[in-house]
Design a protein around this ligand. Structure first.
Ligand SMILES: NC(=O)c1ccc[n+]([C@@H]2O[C@H](COP(=O)([O-])OP(=O)(O)OC[C@H]3O[C@@H](n4cnc5c(N)ncnc54)[C@H](O)[C@@H]3O)[C@@H](O)[C@H]2O)c1
Ligand SMILES: [Zn+2]
Length: 361
């Protein structure tokens, strides 16, 4: 096993470590055994991740002495459903799971959110561990404890806050990730630089080639930095009550509108985030918070990472209407997370709808 990096998420008695390295799936057994007495593990994964990643996790858990059950769900957003949660609850029951069992979510954000939700609710909550295998899951969804499923037409509508016992990230799992999924994850990576960390944004600009080549040391640094930045926010606003966690939504009001109007599935989330950030930056320009160079710099980096920043040809009225349904709308006024300089964003209220519309460009 090569060098490791550890990010500590400080949440009182719910604190945990995120362990990041290359080739560390084979250490899942010792990792989990170091967190809790390991007798029974339930590995939840999807059909694309089962072989080889979830199999490696299961082998390692078994070698550490655990009885292991593997539960494989379909891939894709459709698996994040109440039906699938119900099926898993039933299978946990049949597998004799109880509060001494540990759920291991091995997969992308879909598996993490679903398995985490099942762990949060089965027997009023059993422990779980995240082993994220997409870049998006490694830098975003596996950190922070938000778990849940979708209702028809309402994403993430049913869920809970349920922190994992630990997160184990193996950058080698990214070697099998399809190119498009990898690039989409980079959209969220760039976001962290813009909202919280100007030197990190510089670092990304300087390491474009290594990032595109999925170079392990650079990936380890990038993922660890993103986890640290998200952890800092989560530590100060664990349950999204102070409003601080909203900074993570930079670009997302535009992004959600694009996803909804284009039809879910047309754009990967990270692809829509990239476009959404550029729209938000243009809106910040029109409010004289940043200049056009600021927007151009973000667009330049995103494009070098293979992400498009052009707003798709979608009906502007529909986009604006979709933004009106955003969570950040308060009393009918549009609110946006907008930058004022690299590494710093603020929640800006009462934005005139015509400026928001123009920002789609
Ligand atoms: N809980 C949170 O805080 C949070 C934050 C952001 C996003 N999310 C959720 O995350 C989900 C999206 O996650 P995602 O982008 O990881 O999508 P995903 O889980 O659907 O994974 C994307 C695709 O990659 C495949 N895959 C995963 N790992 C692979 C690997 N190593 N090699 C080959 N294929 C692999 C999957 O089977 C799937 O087809 C959404 O449901 C979103 O709501 C949650
Ligand atoms: Zn996002």
């Amino acid at each position: 096993m090569s060098e490791q990096q550890t990010v500590w998420v400080n949440l009182g008695e719910r604190s945990y470590d995120i362990e990041i390295g290359s080739g560390n799936l084979a250490q899942t057994g010792p990792f989990v055994a170091g967190l809790r007495r390991l007798t029974h593990a339930i590995v939840v994964t999807d059909v694309n991740v089962e072989d080889p990643h979830a199999a490696a996790v299961a082998d390692s858990l078994a070698a550490a002495g655990a009885e292991v059950d593997v539960m494989v769900v379909d891939s894709g957003e459709g698996a994040k459903s109440i039906d699938m949660a119900g099926e898993l609850w039933q299978r946990l029951l049949e597998a004799g799971a109880d509060r001494k069992s540990i759920v291991c979510a091995v997969g992308g954000g879909v598996v993490g959110d679903l398995a985490g939700f099942v762990a949060a609710t089965f027997a009023r909550g059993i422990p779980f561990v995240q082993v994220p295998t997409t870049l998006l899951a490694q830098v975003d969804s596996s950190v922070g404890g938000k778990v849940g499923v979708n209702l028809p037409g309402a994403k993430n509508m049913v869920g809970s806050f349920w922190q994992p016992l630990g997160v184990l990230i193996d950058t080698e799992t990214l070697s099998t990730l399809p190119e498009r999924e990898y690039r989409a994850g980079l959209g969220e990576v760039v976001k962290y630089g813009v909202i919280l960390d100007a030197p990190f944004f510089d670092y990304l600009e300087k390491n474009v080639d290594a990032i595109n080549a999925r170079q392990p040391e650079v990936l380890r640094h990038v993922i660890a930095r993103c986890c640290r930045l998200k952890a800092d926010v989560v530590e100060r606003d664990e349950r999204e009550t102070t409003g601080l966690r909203a900074v993570l939504n930079y670009g997302h009001t535009f992004c959600h509108a694009i996803e909804a109007v284009a039809g879910y599935g047309e754009y990967l989330h990270g692809e829509a985030v990239a476009i959404g950030m550029i729209c938000a930056s243009r809106l910040a320009e029109s409010l004289e918070r940043v200049d056009s160079d600021f927007t151009a710099r973000q667009a330049g980096l995103l494009q070098q990472l293979g992400l498009s920043t052009a707003t798709p040809d979608l009906d502007r009225d529909l986009l604006l209407a979709a933004m009106g349904r955003d969570k950040k709308v308060e009393h009918g006024k549009l609110r946006f997370v907008l930058p004022s300089q690299m590494g710093h964003v603020e929640l800006v209220g009462d934005v005139p709808p015509e400026l928001a519309r123009a920002a789609f460009a």
